[in-house]
Design a protein around this ligand. Sequence first.
Ligand code: 1GP
Length: 231
Amino acid sequence: MHMTLVDPAKQSVDVAGEIASKAQAAESDAIMVGGSTGITQENLDQTVDEMKARCSLPVIHFPSGANAIALRCDAIYFMSMLNSRNPRNITGEHSRGAPVIRRLGLETLSMGYIVVEPGMKVGEVGEADVVRRDDTERALGYALAAEYLGMSMVYLEAGSGAPSPVPSAMISAVKGIIGVPLIVGGGITDPDRARDAATAGADIIVTGTLVEDGDFEESLRALVQAVRDSK
Ligand code: 1GP
């Protein structure tokens, strides 16, 4: 599968709606909405509403904390940054957000989030003790820990705008050991990179930066096709 990430802090609500509509036309499977900084309840809800009005793809909130929770998303990742140095990002925000999610009746998708070097903004804001690109053993440990903790998926994240995606060797090693779906994102900007990640074993490829350039429909279509062809 392919998911398109839209950061509400990075464009107007109208442009976000346009991105969602083009993502659907390019045959992406779902929209993820979220970002590391500048997310407010207002820009989040307005962005979700506009995207849901302009496309029929599921919209999944990819939260950065409990300060804003998308009221009308289709589901929310209940995600723990397993290699954060700050417990706030492992279980702290979760204990604040869980009662709100319960009240809203949102569907939760539990996910173990592992930040791989360079980690970019999310690594910095999340105070991640990033997994070195050559430290496959450490990535395996976190991924297995996520599964044993009962999480329903694992996300290997190089960080939005990363110069290189998560190494294929790390993706295939993690995929080889876990039994839950594997999401991979960060620095996947073209069909070759998407194909490499999917062939290595990623079940879901996430791209965000690619859709920040207004004229992305054809490049996204080619990337989604590369993901499909590699299965
Ligand atoms: C970030 O993995 C996503 O959380 C997407 O990264 O913006 O580099 O595509 P890009």
